[in-house]
Write a protein that binds this ligand. Structure first.
Ligand SMILES: [Zn+2]
Length: 384
């Protein structure tokens, strides 16, 4: 439901927090078409006729209107409204990593779950939007009619037709970010330098400071760590240092505010003047990163937040490979890559990268940067 709470230019206004209804993504679990079908309330082929961004409390969301051309599953009617996190309103923009992009006039097949307000959410992050171009589905190397028939049959026999994984250019969802020349990393569309100045050590860091000092802070509203702030400070501090100490880039997250807050309402990407790691509902993503920017100065990030989704997932420390938990540090290092403004990569060949967009329980590979991750960080912030 649209809310008329426009805050044009009212930077850092603190309002009552409203939980975002949009699905947001960053680290996601890899899902097949049959997986998506099983979760979907509605699957349609349609064309985007409108996109509208607006403030929803202290966050920005975008509603996408899709005219339904073919109903594959469900009873959506002639039109569906899809709500996504992020967008630009007035002078302020919000980009949430790995959220599928919809442009007016473009067609796609979308796998949707019911939202909270009669709207829909895209399932599986970028995996839930499959681009249709000229009557064909490039990601699956099939004519649209045949792709629709196979989806309607439960996705049988699709895998052998996969041409490009979702999230890659031409693949489903359309990867975010601009690829540098022959680079093995992706950049987000905003950024280069944060609004921070070089500090005394010649290191760029976010300029924002908490009211109690520090450049970033932790809000422990987690179900998994209710009484253990110290563990969060240690693990998240270590996660940031993986980049600061090893990327070879002129970037530092700066000082972590040692005072952990416990605001149970901070469950979405909130434009509040603080860089905060928190816990909350993120749709079906394991964690999400939100970068705020000025519309007319897109190479400067104003504020960055990330959220762990511990409603749908369990997080642990030093989890063994057989565990059913996500390793907190493994996920956090990836999300801090988004703070640097690196984009998700989905090719199987990117598996060893921290910025590989899929994550699994028990995985700890992100404790160590890949050379491509270092190259990306250096491309954004330069070398010392
Ligand atoms: Zn990601």
């Amino acid at each position: 439901m649209r809310r008329g709470a426009y805050l044009a230019g009212a930077a850092f206004a603190v309002l009552a927090l409203i939980v975002a209804s949009g699905v947001t993504h960053a680290s996601v679990v890899k899902q097949s078409i049959p997986d998506l079908i099983r979760q979907a309330d509605v699957v349609v082929h349609g064309r985007v006729t409108d996109t509208t961004s607006f403030w929803q409390g202290t966050t920005i969301v975008t509603e996408v209107t899709i005219d339904v051309k073919t109903t594959i599953f469900g009873s959506p009617g002639n039109q569906v409204i899809v709500t996504l996190p992020g967008g630009i309103v007035g002078d302020i923009g919000l980009e949430v990593s790995d959220t599928p992009e919809f442009q007016r006039g473009k067609e796609s097949v979308v796998f949707l779950g019911n939202g909270r307000n009669g709207d829909f959410q895209v399932l599986g992050a970028v995996q839930g939007k499959v681009d249709v171009v000229g009557g064909n589905v490039p990601a699956w190397n099939l004519p649209l009619d045949e792709f629709i028939a196979r989806v309607a049959a439960g996705g049988i026999g699709l895998e052998e037709h996969a041409a490009k994984p979702p999230g890659t250019p031409g693949g489903g969802g359309g990867g975010k970010g601009d690829k540098g020349d022959e680079a093995c990393y992706l950049l987000c569309k905003i950024d280069w330098k944060r609004n921070g100045e070089q500090d005394n050590d010649g290191i760029y860091s976010p300029k924002l400071e908490d009211d109690q000092g520090g450049n970033w802070s932790i809000n422990n509203n987690s179900q998994d760590w209710p009484n253990d702030d110290a563990a969060l400070v240690a693990e998240l501090g270590d996660s940031a240092k993986v980049w600061t100490d090893n990327a070879g880039a002129r970037w530092s997250l700066g000082a972590l505010n040692a005072t952990v807050t416990h605001d149970s309402r901070l469950t979405n990407a909130s434009f509040d003047g603080r860089n905060v790691v928190s816990f909350g509902y993120t749709g079906n993503a394991v964690a999400v990163t939100a970068n705020w920017f000025y519309r007319n100065a897109r190479k400067h990030t104003i504020e960055t937040d990330f959220l762990f989704n511990d409603i749908d997932n369990d997080f642990g420390i030093n989890v063994p490979e057989s565990n059913s938990e996500f390793d907190l540090k493994n996920v956090a290092v990836h999300e801090f890559g988004h703070w640097i403004c690196l984009g998700d990569q989905y090719n199987d060949s990117d598996f060893d990268h921290v910025m590989y967009g899929f994550v699994e329980v028990g995985e700890t590979k992100n404790w160590t940067l890949h050379q491509c991750d270092m190259d990306g960080a250096q491309a954004v912030y330069g070398t010392p």
